[in-house]
Each structure stands twice: as structure tokens, then as C-alpha cells.
Design a protein around this ligand. Structure first.
Ligand code: P6P
Length: 336
């Protein structure tokens, strides 16, 4: 059991609310809704093997990816938790073709926040008991509170995020998030159902040795990525790098932020914009990266400055220690 002297996530959210002048407590309530939903999803993920919810539900999402039963369940859980508390006026999800206008209760349309979410990223790992995650991104709406939420409320540059974070359902379950004042990690004590501040002020180490990329796609990579990988693998006594790739963005990111590393999902011949989605995967991870002292680009430009045009658009993704990302960018530039 956690040492009771650790601050709980609930206490932390309330303490940090003071950081925001004129705060109404709405963002605090929103983060608390995410906290609750993560506990419910955690319980389902942990018993997936015996709860007959493993496997495919027979449908596909807009990405054309077969939806795992847990994808759909996690999506429903987060949408329910966010909608019932009237803390958001709209929700966009990887699992939904279009955004959702929250209509539960008389005041949802008065909320000033929208949430974009990947409810269960890496879910293909569920059947083989490998860690998965939830990724969330929170914006203030640009349309007038009280009016119906509109697409432009979601199509905002990542630099405008009010908050962003992830849940990693791993050997332990953690919530890691930022509201623009640094990155903090909270570990769930399942015996109490309480998250405790276990990783205050998370920062990428200055140097890193880990590169995370699916080398099975090597032949399809841009030349700059191929050149960078050869640099990482060059024969030298003290070969400086090691490869680690879980196939779950949240887990690969979390490890790289703690140990030092770079995660790359580049464009390929078949997928000129790569695989990861800008709004609910790349932007939240990019905000966390920069808040933790790292760098996040599409190989050339800052992810957080990309002007979104579509809800489910994809972008190439280079993310990690500033030094390692800049090394990779150099190879990309030289290969042009
Ligand atoms: P690949 C999971 O589907 C995901 O979006 C990320 O979590 C993960 O890093 C990546 O795709 C894995 O993709 O093509 O290497 O299987």
C-alpha cells in the first residue's frame, strides 16, 4: 500500500487549481471525471482475460481498424463519465467518426471545454497481455458557451491545449498529465482505488540511448529515417543505442521519458502521413514532451504548431529527448 504521506491525485488537482486565476473548478471536475473513468477501464483491462470481453466486436472504426471489445467499452466508459458530469460540451474520439455534442443535463452546453480521446491505444496488445493506454487532450472551446459545439472547437493547434495526458495500464496503472505547468505522474493503489503522486515534475533525461520504431517497415521508411537508424546501429565498441518497441505508444513514450529515448512513427510509401493521429495522439503527447523538456516534430516542424484540417488526420511523429530528436531531424534534412 502507498505511503499515506504521498499526495493523492484529488488533493493535487485541487491544490493546482489555485494556479489558475479566476478558475471555476470546471477543469478540476473534468480531470476528476477522467480519473474515475480510468479506474473503471483499469478494472476491465485487468480482468479482460476472464470477462469474455477479449477479441473483436466484429465492427471497424473510421481508421478501418477492427474494434476490440475493450476499445468500445473504454470509449463508452470515458464518454459516460465526461457526459454525466456536464464538464464538457463536446467529445471527439478515435472510435467515433464524428464529434459528440454532449446533451446530458441542462448545463453541458454551457461548459467551456471539449475533450479529444484515444480511449484504448494499442488495444491489439490486449489479447497478449501487453500494456495499453488512454490518451486525452483538453481544449477551451472557441465557440460561444451556450451555443452548440462546432468542429472548429476540436480543430485547434496543439499549442492551445488547456491540458493533456495519458493513462498507462501497465505493471502498475498511472495517470501522467500536464495543465501547462510541468508533468506529474500518479500511481494507482488498486487496494484503495486511489492515485498517489509518485513521479513529480517528470523530465526527459538530457541524453538517451533508446530508439523506438517498427523496423519491420524499414524498407518503406523515408531515406532520412533509414540513415538515422544506420547511425544508431553503427558498429562501434560502445554502440550508443538500443532498440525497444512495445507497439503501444503510451508505454513506449512513458519508458522513453523516464529512461531517455526517441519514438518515431514516420511517413511510409503507403502512409505518407504516417499512422498516428494528430488531435488525440500526437498533440497530447507533444504537449507532455515539451513540458518535460523534450522535443516533438513531424521530422521538420513542431507538432504543436500544425494547423489541423480534419478530426482524424495523421502526421509523422518524432518525439523524445531534444538531442535525439534533433539528431534524427538532421538526417531528415540532409536526405531531402
Ligand atoms: P505498428 C497502436 O495501434 C498505435 O497507434 C500506437 O500505440 C503504437 O505505437 C503504433 O500504433 C503501433 O503501430 O504499425 O508498429 O503496429
Amino acid at each position: 500500500m502507498a505511503d499515506q504521506s504521498f499526495q493523492t491525485l484529488g488533493e493535487f488537482i485541487i491544490d493546482k487549481q489555485e494556479d489558475f486565476l479566476y478558475s471555476t473548478g470546471e477543469l478540476s471536475r473534468l480531470l476528476s471525471a477522467i480519473r474515475l473513468a480510468s479506474k473503471v477501464v483499469n478494472r476491465q483491462v485487468n480482468k479482460a482475460g476472464i470477462a469474455n470481453i477479449i477479441g473483436k466486436v466484429g465492427s471497424s472504426n473510421i481508421q478501418g481498424e477492427e474494434q476490440q471489445k475493450l476499445d468500445v467499452l473504454a470509449n463508452d466508459i470515458f464518454i459516460e463519465a465526461l457526459s454525466q458530469r456536464e464538464v464538457v460540451c463536446g467529445i471527439a474520439s478515435e472510435e467515433n467518426d464524428d464529434f459528440i455534442t454532449v446533451r446530458t443535463g441542462p448545463n453541458a452546453h454551457l461548459s467551456k471545454y471539449v475533450v479529444l480521446i484515444d480511449p484504448l491505444d494499442g488495444s491489439s496488445n490486449i489479447d497478449v497481455n501487453v500494456s495499453v493506454g488512454t490518451i486525452f487532450s483538453i481544449y477551451r472551446r472557441v465557440s460561444e458557451p451556450g451555443t452548440p459545439v462546432i468542429l472548429e472547437d476540436f480543430l485547434q493547434k496543439g499549442v492551445n491545449q488547456a491540458a493533456a495526458g495519458y493513462v498507462v495500464y501497465g505493471s502498475s496503472t498511472m495517470i501522467v498529465y500536464t495543465t501547462g505547468n510541468g508533468v506529474n505522474g500518479f500511481t494507482l493503489d488498486p487496494s484503495l482505488g486511489t492515485y498517489y503522486l509518485s513521479h513529480p515534475s517528470m523530465k526527459f533525461p538530457e541524453n538517451g540511448k533508446i530508439y523506438s520504431i517498427n523496423e519491420g517497415n524499414y524498407i518503406k521508411f523515408p531515406q532520412g529515417v533509414k540513415d538515422y537508424l544506420k547511425y544508431c546501429q553503427k558498429e562501434e565498441d560502445d554502440r550508443p543505442y538500443t532498440a525497444r518497441y512495445i507497439g503501444s505508444l503510451v508505454s513506449d513514450f512513458h519508458r522513453n521519458m523516464i529512461k531517455g529515448g526517441i519514438y518515431i512513427y514516420p511517413s511510409t510509401a503507403q502512409s505518407p502521413n504516417g499512422k498516428l493521429r494528430l488531435l488525440y495522439e500526437c498533440n497530447p503527447m507533444a504537449l507532455l514532451t515539451e513540458q518535460a523538456g523534450g522535443k516533438c516534430t513531424d521530422g521538420f516542424q513542431r507538432i504543436l504548431e500544425i494547423e489541423p484540417t480534419e478530426l482524424h488526420q495523421r502526421v509523422p511523429f518524432f518525439c523524445g529527448n531534444t538531442k535525439m530528436v534533433e539528431e534524427a531531424e538532421e538526417f531528415m534534412k540532409n536526405a531531402q
